[in-house]
Design a protein. Sequence first.
Length: 278
Amino acid sequence: MILVTGATGNVGRNLVHELVDAGERVRALTRDPATADLPDGVETVAGDLTRPETLPAALQGVDRAFLFPVHGALEAFLAAAEQAGTRHIVLLSSDSVTFPRPGWIGERHLACEQAVADSAMSWTFVRPGLFMANDLGWAAPIRRDGTVRGSYGDAAMAPVDERDIAAIAVHALLAPDPAKTYEVTGPQSLSQIDRVRVIGETLGIATRFEEVPREDTRRQLLDRLPPPAADFLLDQLSAARSTPVPVLTPVEQITGRPARTYAEWVAHHAASFARRHD
C-alpha cells in the first residue's frame, strides 16, 4: 500500500492518478474525503499532518509513502510511520536547499529533509524548482485585461510542470533508491516576460508583462506569504536576472520522454486563463 499525503494538491493529485494507472494500491490522506474527487479504487481517508491523532490509522499497512512538506509537523508522521512498519519515504522538497544561502524557504525544507533523514526509514528527496502551477496566479489578471504586473520580468527560471514532478515521485516510490535526491526543472529557461508571451501565443490572446516596483509586488505577495518568504522569492528573481537557473534533465532520463514545455502546460490549463463571457 502506498500512502499519498497532500493528495489533492498540484503534485499529489497527479501522483495518485499515475499510481492508479500503474496498478498500485493507493491510500490518499486529505482533510475532506467528500470533496477529494480522486479516481475510483483509491482509498480516501480523512487526516491532517498537523493532527497526529489521525495518522496511525492512515498509515496502517502502508509500506511506502509520499510526504508533503509541512514544516514542524513531520516528526509525528514519521514516528507513526515507523510504528506502522513503513519502509520508504519520498519527500517533496525544494531545490532551494541546494542554494549557497537557502533562505527562509530553503531552511524550512532542509529541516523537513533532516527530520526524514533522521528517521529509521529509507528515503528519497524530490527537489523541484519553480512550479509552472505558480503561474496560475496570473490567470485572473490575464482574464481581466491580459496584463501581468510584477517585478524582475527578465529574470530567467526553468519552471517545471507539476505532472513531471509527480512522474519523478512515482519512480521514487515504485523503484526506491535509498538516499537518492532528484533536482527537477522544466526543459526551458524562460523569463516572466517570456512566459506571459507564451500564454498569449498558446491561447491566441493578447498578453503582456508590465514591470512594477519591487515594493508593489511585495505587498501583493504578503497577502499569502509571510514577509521572509516574500523577500526570499523576490531576491531569487533579482539574482536570476544575471544568473539564469540552469536546465536539468532528470525527467527525460527517468521517464524516457522529454519534460513538458511551458506551452504544453498552458494548453493543459487553458480553461483557467480563458476569459468568461456572460
